[in-house]
Design a protein around this ligand. Structure first.
Ligand SMILES: *Cc1c(COP(=O)(O)O)cnc(C)c1O
Length: 446
């Protein structure tokens, strides 16, 4: 009788199998690894998961099809994936101090879609942060399903301070009477006051959704206040804090609160389950769910928790150095992992896209970004920098100052030519690339 490979042999052979059967894609993986290894990763919306998380993603769990939740599946053969989901849920609850966790959402956007579908009917009112002020598409942008099916009002940051003004948000909420308020942002460097948001929501009888995708790692460690018991629902992407791609829905003390569904009163958590499946999604990705669970365990370590504070410290140092070099850092600094810089104010003709491209050519990877109240609607004025990855690889304050100097050398000396074009003169590019390689060589990917 033929015996199959042991699980160990099977899983260890995964990369070799790809190399043998599809050399082109093996090469693409290799190229991406080399790119990350040799260039500075300053994306604020990215992180770097562990090899253990990658192993779970590339595992045999990917092959299991099952709808529903633990103990309530239509498909057979669920004894292992029931254990996977059970462990993932309890680990998520422990990680975030939550009463309820749903580990099935395929992404942060889908986590939001599930919550919106659960509490809003077509045409209901939603108050969210404007996309141009740092909000996310799924918070009511006109080109997202959230802007298509619901009536949306936006709040934004103050025109002088670029910080949220909660009195203005309250006034808007009182006038607009939304059924749901969304807080949380993709481009906002300051601490969010979840307690205040809940007070506003309670005053107008709205549900509150806190989307902490960008800051959930900081929230886990206590480097940013937690919304879990203030918001009715908390959602996050799982890759931004350093796990696999995917989404998560959490609830704190409101999880058993009743919501009217048809003629019945149903606990919120039960309704969120129902809307997840069959409401919005089909089968969950069990390999991804296992990877989330592996990541949640990692977040309990001292290393992970300490690192989140270091990420903030590094971002503050990076922001401070850029201010010293004469940059307009939005709000003058940061409370979290991201630094927003208005590069259009630095030099005539310089734009976010040009800054992103010329920095990337020199080995420094950043995101271009639209800033509130910017000068031209069509072209982004800013860049967004983040410190999660460089911090994970061991860099500290000295390196942050070095990175600010590298960015400054490029942005002050690049020649801006017409319409988005630029020239990097002399040996600036080679010099910067060399320094970046050197720096990355001292802090290799972990
Ligand atoms: C990144 C982000 C999301 C989206 O997550 P995806 O998994 O990419 O869909 C949602 N909300 C906010 C605030 C984000 O920053």
């Amino acid at each position: 009788m033929l015996e199959g490979l042991s699980s160990q042999e099977y899983h260890q052979a995964i990369l070799d199998a790809l190399k043998e059967t599809d050399g082109q894609f093996y090469q693409l993986l290799t190229r991406e690894y080399d790119r990350r290894q040799k260039t500075l990763q300053l994306g604020a919306a990215e992180n770097q998961c562990s090899q253990a998380v990658l192993a779970a993603l590339g595992s045999v769990l990917q092959n299991k099809t099952a709808e529903g939740f633990v103990g309530a599946r239509m498909h057979g053969g669920c004894e292992v994936v029931d254990d996977v989901e059970g462990a993932a849920v309890s680990r998520a609850e422990e990680t975030f101090g939550a009463q309820y966790a749903n580990v099935q959402p395929h992404s942060g956007t889908q986590a939001n879609q599930i919550v919106l579908t659960a509490v809003l009917e077509k045409g209901d009112r939603l108050l969210g942060m404007a996309i141009g002020h740092g909000g996310h598409y799924s918070h009511g942008a006109s080109n997202s399903f959230t802007g298509k099916f619901f009536e949306v009002e936006n709040y934004g940051v103050d025109g002088d301070t670029f910080v949220l003004d909660y009195d203005v948000i309250r006034d808007k909420a009182i006038k607009f009477k939304p059924k749901l308020i969304i807080c949380g942002a993709s481009a906002y460097p300051r601490t969010l006051d979840f307690k205040r948001f809940r007070e506003i929501a309670d005053e107008v009888g709205a549900y509150l959704l806190a989307d902490i995708s960008h800051i959930s790692g900081l929230v886990i460690a206590g480097a940013h206040p937690s919304p879990i018991d203030f918001a009715h629902f908390t959602t996050t992407s799982t890759y931004k804090p350093g796990g696999p791609r995917g989404g998560l829905i959490l609830m704190g003390k409101d999880y058993v609160r009743k919501i009217k569904v048809g003629t019945k009163d149903v606990p919120l958590w039960e309704h969120i389950d129902e809307v997840t499946f069959p409401g919005v999604q089909g089968t969950p990705y069990f390999n991804n769910m296992a990877a989330k669970a592996v990541f949640f365990k990692e977040t309990l370590s001292d290393e992970y928790r300490g690192r989140q504070f270091k990420i903030v410290e590094n971002a503050k140092r990076l922001a401070g150095s850029l201010v010293d070099f004469g940059y307009d850092v939005v709000t003058g600094g940061t409370d979290n992992h991201m630094v927003l810089v208005n590069v259009a104010k630095l030099r005539e003709g310089l734009t976010g896209p040009t800054a992103q491209k010329c920095l990337e050519e020199c080995g420094i990877v950043v995101d271009m970004i639209h800033l509130p109240y910017e000068s031209r609607a069509a072209v982004a004025d800013g860049i967004r920098l983040g410190t999660p990855i460089v911090t994970k690889n061991g860099m500290g304050s000295e390196e942050m100052e070095g990175i600010a100097a590298l960015i400054d050398a490029v942005l002050k000396r690049v020649e801006v030519v017409s319409d988005g074009g630029y020239r990097i003169g002399g040996s600036l590019k080679e010099q910067t690339q060399g320094k970046v390689k050197d720096l990355c060589g001292r802090f290799p990917l972990r």
